[in-house]
Design a protein around this ligand. Structure first.
Ligand SMILES: [Zn+2]
Length: 273
């Protein structure tokens, strides 16, 4: 694929992301999720320790009032710590000068203290009721000939690929030398996800690339997947995924990196097809 074509496609992707982010559907989705509370780092740890697969949590009443969902009977809550303030009367000693002598006097005062109490929250899987808006990224299985050569190319790079049963929203991840793909995806989706994860392997697993923000890392990986998809005529709605990540980064800043990796993958597939 020519550099000119890559540039054109990246501009096109950028436009599509902007359009997606200003769509009603996306705004509705964001509005829904903004109703969830941002938990402190400590509480996130507490939640993950008790329920590693938790994805959306809220208190018993919040599920009812904000989301019209109910905690199912018999579900055990996840304990977190909520700060609260309380007032208490304390006696302090105050120094006073009376006729040239310093004396200490007891003064009663009301003081405010901060403490924590345990409260319970519940994961979405423990509740039922109104539907949770989904941000689906499904791709029709229209390309059946690209997966095999792409898998062979991945092996040639020294990266092993494993297909596992993952929760639905998780398509795959890269672990450095190893890529895990959700086995439930169809072959075309597997190509798209594998290209994304290979880009992570090639661009983000070495030490000198540490420190890139999540926004940049996801934009680079998905742009590679988008270019590979375009080349092999796969209709990959990358803008849906990237709408969740893009803030202000200009894709063109990563042109060289994205271009190199996509060309490598495309040529790798072509050689093995
Ligand atoms: Zn990624």
């Amino acid at each position: 694929m020519s550099k000119k074509k890559v540039k054109e496609l990246l501009k096109e992707l950028d436009k599509r992301i902007d359009k997606m982010q200003s769509s009603k559907e996306f705004k509705k989705y964001l509005k829904f999720f903004s109703k969830f509370h941002d938990y402190s780092y400590r509480n996130i740890l507490l939640i993950k320790m008790q329920r590693p697969d938790a994805s959306l949590v809220a208190g018993y009443k919040q599920w009812q009032e904000k989301f019209n969902r109910h905690v199912k009977k018999g579900e055990e809550g996840i304990m977190i710590l909520a700060p609260y303030k309380y007032k208490k009367k304390v006696t302090e000693l105050k120094k006073e000068t009376v006729e040239g002598n310093i004396i200490e006097k007891e003064v009663k005062k009301e003081k405010e203290f901060l403490s924590f109490r345990s409260v319970y929250v519940f994961d979405v899987s423990q509740t039922k009721g109104d539907a949770i808006p989904a941000w689906d990224i499904e791709i029709k299985n229209e390309n059946k000939k690209t997966l095999k050569p792409l898998l062979n190319f991945t092996n040639k790079l020294g990266i092993t690929v494993e297909f596992k049963s993952l929760r639905e929203a998780l398509k795959g991840y890269s672990k450095g030398g190893k890529i895990i793909i959700n086995g439930k995806l169809n072959d075309t989706e597997k190509v798209v996800v594998l290209a994304h994860e290979i880009a992570h392997e090639m661009l983000h697993q070495s030490n000198d690339d540490q420190g890139l923000t999540k926004e940049i890392v996801e934009l680079e990986a998905e742009a590679v997947s988008f270019l590979v998809s375009e080349y092999f005529n796969i209709d990959n709605p990358s803008e849906r995924y990237l709408a969740l990540y893009k803030k202000s980064y200009n894709l063109m800043k990563s042109f060289k990196r994205i271009n190199e990796v996509s060309q490598d993958i495309i040529n790798g597939i072509l050689e093995l097809i």
